[in-house]
Every structure is written in C-alpha cells, then in structure tokens.
Ligand binder design. Structure first.
Ligand SMILES: Cc1cc2nc3c(=O)[nH]c(=O)nc-3n(C[C@H](O)[C@H](O)[C@H](O)COP(=O)(O)OP(=O)(O)OC[C@H]3O[C@@H](n4cnc5c(N)ncnc54)[C@H](O)[C@@H]3O)c2cc1C
Length: 334
C-alpha cells in the first residue's frame, strides 16, 4: 500500500511558505513592507492646534517612532531571515551551456554582511525567496550545494539554478541584472525535512528540469544511506557545463552514496521500468520535484485546499508500480 509521509513541517524558528507563488504576493508581504507602500491617503487641510509643551513633545516623539516604523528607517537586516528581505550582491551569472545556449543559468549571490552562522542545510531541503522590487512580488528558489571550492562555505554565498521563463515576471528581472547589482532575499523556508538516519535505506529523487537543485541539496546533506537521482531534461545542454561539473563533484565527494542518471525527453525520457527499478532496494523514500505536469505524471497532482498547496492523492507512475508489485514507499511531492 502506498503511504504518504508529509515530511514538511515548520522548524521552530523558520517560516514555511508553500503558497502558490502568485497567491503569495498578496498574502505574505511582511507588515513593515506593506506599511511602506500603502501610504496612499491624502492629508486633510491642516488645522492649527495649540498643545501644552509636554504634550507637544509626546506627540512629536510618538510621530517619529511611527515614522521610523512605517517608513522602514529601522536598520536593514544583516542576516538572512524569513521576515524581512536581506541585501545580497550578484557576483556571477553563468549560463549552464553556451553552445547551444541553455535556458538555465547559475546565479551566485553574496550577502553584503557575512552571516555569523550557516543556513541549516542539514535539516532538510531549503528554499529562499527573491524579491522583484518594482513589481513587489517574490518567488522561491532552491540554493545549489556549495561548489566545493570554498566559496559559500564561509561568506554565506548562495548559488541558484534558474530557468528563464518566457514572459515570466521574476526571471525577466533576474536575467536583466548586472554584476554587482543588489538582490533581496528572505528565508530560509524548509520544504522537506530529511527522514532521520536509518529510517530509509534509499531516497529515489525524481527531478524534472531545475528540480535537480533540491535533489542535489538532498544528496549533499541528507543522512540517507543512498540517494539515486533521476534527472529528466528537455535538452541535454541543461546537464552540461557547470551543472555537469557540480554533479560530478558531488558524486566524488559522497563516495558512491549518490548516483545521478540523466533522461533526455527526445530519447524517451524516464520510463515506467526505470521508476520500478529505482523503487527497489529496501525501504525507499520517493521525492519528486519539477514542473506541475511532471509531478502529476510521476506521482499524481498536488492540490489546493484553503489557500495551501497539499500533497493530493498518490497517482502517476509511482502508483502504477505499487499497484503492480505491492509494497510500501513514502512519497513526497515538492
Ligand atoms: C519551493 C520552490 C522552489 C523553487 N526553486 C526554483 C529554482 O531553484 N529554480 C527555478 O528556476 N525555479 C524555481 N522555482 C520556480 C520559481 O519560483 C518561479 O515560479 C519561476 O522562476 C517562474 O517565475 P516567473 O515570475 O519568472 O514566472 P511567472 O511570471 O510566474 O510565469 C510562469 C510562466 O507562466 C506564464 N504565464 C504567466 N502569466 C501568464 C498568463 N496570464 N497567461 C499565460 N501564461 C502566463 C509565463 O509566460 C511563464 O512561462 C521554485 C518554486 C518553488 C515553489
């Protein structure tokens, strides 16, 4: 029988947001941010009031406090946090492949103030939100594991694999940024908490496109004994260049614990037999990440309930495999 193990939950100090990105922009704007941008009332015609000096002083101080709070005079946060946006600098922007040019690019961002502690990558798969300041929207992105060259380990730099969406609001903005431009981030949000060591024998991560970013994060940090990644891509170019180097480095570093198999759409993509084989090997946790249609095909649709995205029923190829051969797996759709 198929079981669902909704591993995502709040970490005490962390904020979790799995709202639809489009709904998010209306729901999750922090109050200080909202206050800054909702001053639309026009002041009435001024009337002269004569107040005793102590009351005048009180009114003046209260006014200043209100002004500071609403107009964001309070200092910019120095450390990444889930409530307010923290300033980073774009340090590099590298297309995954140049010939032919891929639709995916790796963005490296460095915090203006080096953090005093690392993000809790050991807890689970983390995402952060990036703000588009003109439109005042934010979208989630998944940091890639550190490059292994020291960058990011000390200075808190983060790298993201981003796919350019034709007509996409946030990606149009991100791809238009130049080096040294400021970027505003908040988070982290925990998208999936790793099962404790020994709970599963293997994690099968089925990733579509940029869904490889959470797969690599999991492979680099989870206590799972073995991680098998199936990576489905439209174009082989998406798996080349910096991505190929990153994947190879991770495989070497994890000493046989991690394997990555690429499936190109034009060559047939992931087949039912592949998933069936991937689900063998003891107690298996299946994690799926990628575009909506991909998740639906692999494990069934996610659903919206009361403004929140939920796991929905198990369906797709994973269900067919379980119906055919029986057994039990935990399934999580990112
Ligand atoms: C937890 C999480 C982690 C994520 N991690 C990553 C990551 O690491 N890398 C990554 O690349 N993405 C990631 N995403 C997706 C990312 O958040 C954005 O959704 C994505 O970059 C597209 O944003 P956008 O604003 O550019 O596109 P949007 O403006 O949201 O548009 C998306 C698509 O819809 C089309 N569209 C928009 N409006 C309309 C309309 N009215 N009619 C028809 N079509 C329309 C656009 O043309 C575009 O193709 C993640 C999402 C989540 C929830």
């Amino acid at each position: 029988m198929a079981t669902f193990a909704p591993h995502t939950r709040f970490l005490l100090h962390l904020h979790h947001s799995r709202l639809h990105p489009h709904a998010y922009q209306f729901r999750n704007v922090p109050s200080i941010y909202r206050a800054q941008h909702t001053h639309t009332h026009t002041p009435r015609t001024p009337t002269r009031l004569k107040l005793p000096p102590t009351l005048s002083l009180f009114v003046a101080v209260s006014g200043l406090i209100y002004y500071a709070a609403t107009l964001h005079i309070s200092p910019q946060p120095k450390t990444l946090n889930p409530q307010t946006f923290t300033v980073y600098t774009l340090t590099s922007k590298t297309p995954v492949a140049t010939s032919p040019i891929s639709h995916t690019t790796i963005f490296s961002l460095r915090p203006v103030h080096p953090p005093d502690q690392q993000l809790p990558f050991g807890e689970g798969i983390l995402s952060v939100q990036i703000k588009q300041p003109q439109l005042q929207i934010a979208r989630s992105y998944t940091p890639l594991p550190n490059a292994g060259d020291g960058e990011g380990e000390e200075d808190g730099a983060l790298r993201f694999l981003v796919k350019r969406e034709p007509g996409g609001e946030m990606t149009r903005y991100l791809f238009s940024l130049g080096l040294e431009d400021k970027v505003f981030l908040r988070g982290p949000m925990v998208e999936y908490i790793f099962p404790p060591a020994g709970e599963v024998d293997k994690t099968l991560f089925i990733a579509g496109g940029t869904g490889i970013a959470p797969a690599l994060q999991l492979a680099a940090n989870s206590p799972s004994q073995k991680t098998e990644i199936f990576w489905a891509v439209r174009n082989k170019a998406e798996t080349e260049g910096a991505m190929a180097e990153g994947v190879e480095r991770l495989i070497r570093k994890t000493k046989g614990k991690v394997s990555v198999k690429v499936f190109v759409d034009a060559e047939g993509g992931i087949g039912v037999r592949d998933v069936e084989r991937g689900m063998e090997g003891g107690k298996v946790a299946v994690v799926v990440s990628g575009p909506e249609g991909f998740i639906k095909w692999v494990a069934g649709e996610k659903v919206w309930k009361d403004g929140r995205e939920e796991q929905g029923k198990l369906g797709g190829v994973v269900r067919r495999v379980l119906e055919k051969r029986g057994g039990e797996v935990s399934v999580f759709k990112l």
